[in-house]
Design a protein around this ligand. Structure first.
Ligand SMILES: *Cc1c(COP(=O)(O)O)cnc(C)c1O
Length: 224
């Protein structure tokens, strides 16, 4: 399938999820996850009008960045090792996977301007998933105030792989509740207005529950 055709279907789904939940499609950014696909396929996505790309490894990001440079905005969406920060920091506009102080310290040190970060939360508590437990989020975000180059724009989660809609909805709703709470604290370094949640299988539910950034790979550009 052409990226443009997939995008048309996804945009329709986004519109419908927005009308079901009284939201505006303009408030939702599609992060095109290019981690599985070739540079040519990523270029096709740019031609289809997609402006934000996500990669989950430094090597994948650097390989695509070499060719595409700043034509898309780059989002780092995967686990980030501290020692890799220096390779990606001047290329990415967003980091979705801030989950520990040592990483915040390294980002702060390597960047010369505030970096838009999402704090990753492991809402479902699955052992295979990275991120803070919901109970750790407030203390963690508060402690990020010492880093002038960290700007916590919101929270991110990866929902479990399941068809159980009610369970997915519950996960997204928990993240939304946490985000609202963090926003209400009005930390200057953590406006916390955004929610990065929803992937190919669950983005319509995520939108109904308040997602502002959805990260879509397979359903948009494919996964082979
Ligand atoms: C791969 C990946 C996605 C996209 O997954 P799809 O199911 O292909 O849409 C989204 N978020 C993260 C963090 C990923 O690693």
């Amino acid at each position: 399938m052409k990226v443009a055709d997939n995008l048309k279907v996804i945009n329709e789904q986004i519109s419908e999820a927005c009308s079901r939940s009284g939201r505006n499609p303009e408030d939702i950014t599609i992060v095109t996850v290019t981690k599985y696909v070739s540079i040519e396929r990523a270029e096709e996505a740019i031609e289809a009008g997609l402006s934000d790309f996500g990669e989950n490894r430094d090597t994948g990001l650097l390989a695509k960045w070499e060719r595409l440079k700043d034509r898309p905005k780059w989002h780092f969406i995967g686990t980030l090792q501290s020692k890799k920060v220096k390779h990606v920091i001047d290329k990415v506009s967003y980091i979705h996977s801030l989950d520990r102080l040592s990483l915040a310290k390294e980002i702060d040190k390597r960047s010369d301007k505030p970096v838009s970060c999402f704090v990753q939360v492991n809402v479902s508590g699955e052992e295979s998933k990275h991120g803070l437990s919901p109970g750790e989020v407030e203390g963690f975000i508060e402690s990020l105030g010492e880093f002038p180059h960290i700007n916590v724009i919101g929270l991110m989660t990866m929902a479990p792989h399941t068809d159980d809609e009610d369970y997915l909805r519950k996960c997204f709703r928990t993240l939304k509740g946490l985000q609202e709470k963090m926003r209400s604290l009005e930390f200057p370094h953590a406006p916390c207005t955004e929610l990065s949640m929803g992937m190919s299988n669950d983005y319509t539910i995520a939108i109904e529950e308040g997602a502002t950034f959805i990260r879509i790979g397979s359903a948009l550009v494919g996964n082979d």
